[in-house]
Design a protein around this ligand. Structure first.
Ligand code: 5AD
Ligand code: SF4
Length: 448
């Protein structure tokens, strides 16, 4: 059976889609482009209204495409699937499977069943009391795994920040058993992974529920970092209120823990942070930044920011700009506040107008561009090690470039004219130029 997966949203979704593709391939299914596919799988995101709307527009487009062949069908997974559930069946007759966020492990069996039973429809929407483990499909003999790998360490979130739909569509926090995390990490390293990113909605509170067997996040980091052959360890996402002193210490102690941290600030105004229910203030955030930089000089900080949260004044917004400058974020994801069904902020007034929110977002992104450029320019002249991800779209006078990341996660494009495929290789480069969002590097030191 030929299938095509379309993924929206975060790295969790990307990781789930990747697993599903491998699981289906191990059962003899084949990935195909959207012309040849007979099963379409949409892995969806509902964190803001825009990505949710995109799901309906993609399904609308598929509807016309699918009319040609009644045997073709679609499955919807991820956060919008959990949110809308069997409602998809009424709106889109060709949707025959809805897979909630805890049911990804059941999707391969369900898809096989639907392929064999054209009249059947299934909705798998139950939340599970524990982290739902899934079997890792056997790799094809002789095929190495990717150099960069992602490992889920928990599901769900208990924080209920006022704007956020995640606790409703991903359920309560459930940590994965540390033994299972370690086993997956070890296997990935044996199959060629040099970098692992641990994933969860709020990894800093790993182990605070019963699933983590009393192992703290800092302890988990130490155990994973000790796996022989693992060169780079990252994690995302963190909540500032749960960033433990022991995790900060780990940045100073674990050499392969990368010097970068994504630490969502959301707003620089204490009044807005209070209404968001974030449970930290500016002073606490700045204190964390100071401690982190003391533990690991040069640590690169990135963040998430929301503009136009209900009641946000010009002054509140000014405080966010001020914080961005004080911290000097390397980069940030920034969003206009978007009402989500059922969240506390949906009932908060006054709403900020679309025009004001758009103007604030522009202003913020311009400032971020300047901060990013400053950070990148400071790197020029230094030497670093780049883990190559693949060929770059960048071309310079016909010379091919390879794209990778430095230890802090900055994108580096490296010119290399040779025949060799550098994907997955770690190479020494000298950084010679800062672009808007990336660096240009040249081969350094010994020949590659
Ligand atoms: N509106 C705008 N941005 C949101 N985020 C989460 N919920 C909303 C919302 N309702 C942003 C936060 C979060 C990131 C993943 O998405 O910044 O950190
Ligand atoms: Fe949403 Fe807050 Fe949980 Fe992050 S910590 S997923 S923003 S509720």
């Amino acid at each position: 059976m030929k299938f095509h997966i379309i993924t929206f949203g975060c790295q969790m979704n990307a990781n789930d889609s990747d697993w599903l593709a491998r699981a289906l391939e191990s059962r003899g299914w084949e990935q195909a482009d959207d012309e040849a596919a007979r099963v379409f799988i949409l892995n969806t995101c509902s964190v803001r209204e825009k990505p949710e709307q995109k799901v309906y527009s993609v399904l609308g487009r598929l509807e016309r495409h699918l009319r040609r062949d009644p045997g073709v069908f679609a499955a919807v997974g991820g956060c919008v699937a959990q949110q809308i559930g069997a409602g998809f069946f009424e709106r889109f007759p060709f949707v025959r499977l809805v897979v909630g966020t805890d049911a990804v492990a059941l999707a391969p069996d369900a898809l096989e069943r639907l392929a064999a039973e054209p009249e059947t429809r299934l909705a798998l929407l139950d939340f599970l009391p524990h982290f739902s483990e899934r079997a890792e499909p056997e790799p094809r003999p002789g095929v190495m795994g990717p150099a960069q790998a992602f490992v889920n360490i928990m599901q769900g979130c208990d924080n209920f920040c006022a704007y956020c739909i995640v606790p409703y569509v991903r359920g309560r926090q459930r940590s994965r058993r540390p033994g299972a995390v370690l086993e997956e990490c070890r296997t990935l390293v044996e199959r060629g992974a040099r970098e692992i990113t641990l994933l969860g909605q709020n990894v800093n509170s790993f182990g605070l529920d019963s699933g983590g067997e009393g192992v703290s996040f800092a302890e988990l980091l130490r155990r994973v970092a000790a796996i022989p052959g693992l060169e780079r360890l990252r994690f995302t996402t963190s909540h500032p209120k749960d960033l433990d002193p022991d995790v900060i210490r780990a940045f100073g102690e674990l050499e392969n823990l990368c010097p970068s941290l994504h630490l969502p600030l959301q707003s620089g105004s204490d009044a807005v942070l209070r209404r968001m229910g974030r449970r930290y203030d500016r002073a606490r955030y700045l204190d964390l930044v100071e401690q982190l930089r003391a533990a690991r000089p040069g640590l690169a900080l990135t963040t998430d920011l929301i503009v136009g949260f209900p009641g946000e004044t010009d002054e509140d917004f000014g405080r966010t700009l001020e914080m961005m400058g004080l911290v000097g974020f390397e980069s940030s994801f920034s969003f206009k506040y978007s009402d989500r069904p059922g969240v506390a902020a949906a009932r908060m007034e006054p709403k900020v107008s679309e025009e004001v929110a758009s103007a604030r977002l522009d202003h913020l992104q311009n400032l971020q561009n300047t901060l990013t450029k400053d950070c990148l320019e400071k790197c020029v002249g230094s030497e670093t090690v780049v883990l190559i991800e693949g060929p770059s779209r960048k071309q310079d006078g016909g010379e091919p470039f390879w794209r990778g990341r430095d230890p802090a996660g900055r994108t580096v494009n490296v010119a290399h004219g040779g025949e060799a495929d550098l994907s997955g290789k770690m190479i020494s480069v000298r950084l010679v130029e800062a672009k808007k969002h990336s660096l240009i590097g040249e081969k350094a030191g010994a020949p590659w």
